[in-house]
Ligand binder design. Structure first.
Ligand code: ATP
Ligand code: ZN
Length: 297
């Protein structure tokens, strides 16, 4: 493979993953010159460029070495891994990214008597994910016809081209609108950072490592809160016991009040009013919950 000194990331040109993916990269300190209606966006600060494509093309672009990384749904990546030819390089999921959540599910018409996967024996199932569906059917020892469609899978039962479907579900609204009932979840999906199994060893490798560190920081702080409070030394233990997760808190002295301490703790998730009220009852006061802007471990 030809060596390049700039990292190239493939992402969806226009769709559900576009805005959150761009926001994530921006939070990692990347900025791009080109307008978004172009295929290629040149990275300004860091040597990282973007290729804007259809999401289905992303795994192939990485496997062929056209791009180093991609932001794509786990559903698309897994399907590629199951169906791609052996001549292509294998890919891996480097990080889950926490957006674009959905699931790949089996759904059947409301009136169909269905309790077990075996009830699909001999039936036709419409899907855009023949690889994932085929694997699930094999696991359950079911022989069913797989009808591969490019889109509008949810109307296949009504059109009579299939008895059931295997499709992406988020809220379930589309299923209800088509008188379908979700029965089995094949895959829980979200956007992921995809890359080759073996990462590049040239200049791109260093940039990739840096980017992953920033990404981890961004993902971690998105959920993190900094909790600040005051407590007396006598109630410190009771207060500390109620702190929601995270590493050991930091304790600071309060000027002129030797029996008082200021406590600072990083919490892994949201801190609720109920939790704050409990901590206060245990003896804390002057409590603050702050969002975390950046983090570098
Ligand atoms: P493209 O033109 O890039 O091929 P698309 O129509 O295949 O676009 P979108 O509908 O934008 O793609 O979905 C992109 C990804 O968003 C999906 O592959 C999936 O990972 C995720 N996603 C989240 N919720 C849903 C949902 N309710 N339906 C479909 N995809 C969803
Ligand atoms: Zn697509």
């Amino acid at each position: 493979m030809k060596t390049r000194d700039r990292l190239r990331i493939a992402m969806q040109k226009s769709g559900r993953l576009t805005e959150p993916a761009l926001e994530l990269l921006t939070r990692c300190g990347l900025t791009f010159r080109q307008s978004r209606d172009k295929l290629f966006c040149f990275g300004e600060g860091e040597p990282v460029d973007l290729l804007l494509v259809r999401d289905d093309d992303i795994p192939g672009l990485i496997a062929q070495g056209v791009c180093d990384l991609g932001i794509v749904g786990r559903n698309v990546l897994s399907e590629f891994q199951l169906t791609a030819g052996r001549e292509l390089a294998p890919l891996s999921e480097l990080r889950p990214l926490g957006f674009g959540r959905c699931r790949l599910s089996i759904a059947v018409p409301q009136e169909l008597d269905y309790q077990l996967p075996q009830h699909l024996e001999g039936r036709r199932i419409a899907t855009t994910y023949p690889g994932l569906l085929g694997e699930w059917l094999r696991t359950h020892g079911v022989n069913a016809g797989v009808v591969t469609l490019a889109g509008s899978v949810e109307i296949a039962p009504k059109l009579g081209t299939a008895d059931a479907i295997c499709d992406l579900v988020q809220s379930g609204g589309t299923l209800v609108a088509n008188q379908l009932r979700e029965t089995d979840v094949l895959l829980e999906s979200e956007a992921v950072l995809a890359g080759p199994l073996t990462l590049p060893v040239d200049e791109r490798g260093d940039m990739l490592e840096l980017l992953m560190k920033r990404l981890d920081g961004v993902i971690q702080v998105r959920e993190s809160r900094l909790l600040l409070l005051q407590t007396s030394r006598t109630t410190l233990e009771a207060v500390t016991r109620l702190l929601p997760g995270g590493p050991q808190p930091t304790l600071l002295a309060v000027a002129g009040q030797p029996d008082q301490l200021m406590l600072q703790a990083l919490c892994a998730g949201e801190v609720s009013w109920r939790q704050l009220e409990e901590i206060k009852k245990a003896g804390a006061r002057e409590m603050y919950v702050l969002p975390v802007e950046k983090m570098l471990a």
